[in-house]
Structures are given as C-alpha cells and as structure tokens.
Design a protein around this ligand. Structure first.
Ligand code: ZN
Length: 260
C-alpha cells in the first residue's frame, strides 16, 4: 500500500467512526510504521475529526507538545525487551475514562520485543478492552507476536509498491485483477469463482497478486468501509500461505469470506 492510500484508509476509519480496539502496523518501512501509528493516534484523539487538517484543537496541541492526557506510549530501544511490568503499568489506569478526548490511545513501538509474559498480559486487555481504548502495536517482525494477539488487531501493512513502478508483465496482472476487484460487488458468487481461477493457477505469483488485490481494495475503502475487512482477509491469507497451509484451501477460504 502506498502512504497516501494508508492515510486515506485511516481517515475513513475515523470519519465513519469505525475505530476498533486493536491495530497492528507492520511492513517493511520501520520508521514509517511508527510515524503512521502516531499520526493515527493523533487523528483518533482529535476533537474535530471531520476536519482533516485540524492541528489546532486542544487535543492536537497537547499531542504536538508530547503532553496528552489520553495518549501513552511504550517505546524501547530496539535491543531492549518489553517486560511484563511495563504492560502492567500500562494496564493500571486503563479503565479510567479519557480526560480530554473521547478515546485513550496506547502505542507500543517495537511490539515484537514484548516477552511472552508481557504479550500474555497484554492479551487480557485486548480480550476485554474498555470501549474507549485503542491499542496500536507497531511490529517490524510479527513472527514473534502471539497469533491470539494478531487475531484481535486489524492489520495495517505497508508495502513499497506503486502501480507506476510495476514492470509491464506485472502491470498486466494488476490490471486483470483490477477488472475483478474493482467491480467486486457486481459479481454473482459463481461468476466470481470462475473469474478468480487465476488465483488457483498462478501459484508462483500468489503473494504478489494478493498484494495487488490489496492495492486495489484500498481504493475501494472510500466507497465502503467494508473493504477494509477484505484487506484483512487478504493479509490473513498471505500469512497462511507463508506457513505452508494447503494452497487451494487458503484460496477457497479467502473467496468464501469475500462472498459473505
Ligand atoms: Zn484536532
């Protein structure tokens, strides 16, 4: 996903008041993950969310001063582990209502550095979070994060890809997928299955094709927020394929979920 597309997705999430309790920012660009998570935190806390460029409400000013009553951050050096005591410290006042904004945001940078104990402790909050809590995890390597944590977070994944930079052959694949996913709501289920035959056949390019699908879907989030959920399904499918799950079943599962 391109930066601008990610930003669009996050803005739409806020405008449509669909902010959930957990997000995980991951992907290749280390700094970018953190920067975007922090930007998202500011947007969630902003007192005039309909004004995209606010920056002047009490919340935005406090945030820019690094002095926001409802924003908490755990940000350790990349060599240090995040221990259970720090997560406990974070949880201590988590049930207290926000003071300035309508939400409280906790950002954990380098979340992959949480010990197993710390992760299990965090999981308790993610299982039963107060409504007003949003936890943003920034993970540069999500392999060490518990699947139970991942499953409770909406994933925001950055890739460096950009349609203009694709080779001719790649562009061709992108365009054929765009024809399908750009009009996905118009297809009847059986047509969709036939059209998506390419996903079953083109095993060599599947991960890239799934990235293309997400690049297409992200543009559709503007039309309808439900496409954000599809992006999650595609990301889940990528994870399953990478862990060598049965290929056809992974694709079946993805298509079924999109139908529903
Ligand atoms: Zn503001």
């Amino acid at each position: 996903m391109k930066n601008a597309q990610i930003e669009e997705l996050l803005k739409n999430t806020i405008k449509s008041k669909k902010v959930v309790n957990g997000y995980m920012f991951s992907g290749s660009g280390k700094t970018k993950n953190y920067d975007y998570a922090k930007k998202f935190a500011k947007m969630i806390l902003c007192l005039s969310p309909e004004d995209e460029e606010c920056k002047k409400c009490k919340s935005c000013l406090m945030f820019d001063d690094d002095n926001h009553s409802d924003y908490f951050e755990i940000n350790k050096e990349s060599s240090e582990s995040i221990k259970i005591d720090e997560i406990r410290g974070m949880q201590e006042r988590i049930a207290e209502k926000p003071i300035t904004s309508s939400k409280k945001v906790y950002l954990i940078n380098n979340a992959e550095q949480m010990t197993q104990e710390a992760q299990n402790c965090l999981l308790k909050t993610l299982e039963e979070p107060p409504d007003f809590i949003t936890i943003l995890l920034v993970a540069n390597n999500e392999n060490t994060i518990l699947p139970t944590i991942k499953s409770r977070c909406t994933k925001i994944v950055f890739t460096e890809e950009n349609v203009e930079e694709l080779s001719e052959e790649e562009k061709e694949r992108y365009k054929s997928l765009e024809k399908i996913f750009g009009n996905i709501n118009k297809y009847k289920s059986i047509d969709l299955l036939n059209k998506l035959d390419v996903l079953y056949k083109d095993k060599d390019n599947i991960l890239e094709n799934l990235d293309f699908i997400n690049m297409i879907l992200i543009n559709k989030v503007k039309e309808n927020i439900k496409y954000a959920k599809y992006i999650d399904y595609v990301e889940e499918t990528k994870t399953r394929l990478k862990s060598n799950s049965n290929y056809d079943m992974c694709i079946d599962n993805l298509i079924l979920k999109i139908w529903e």
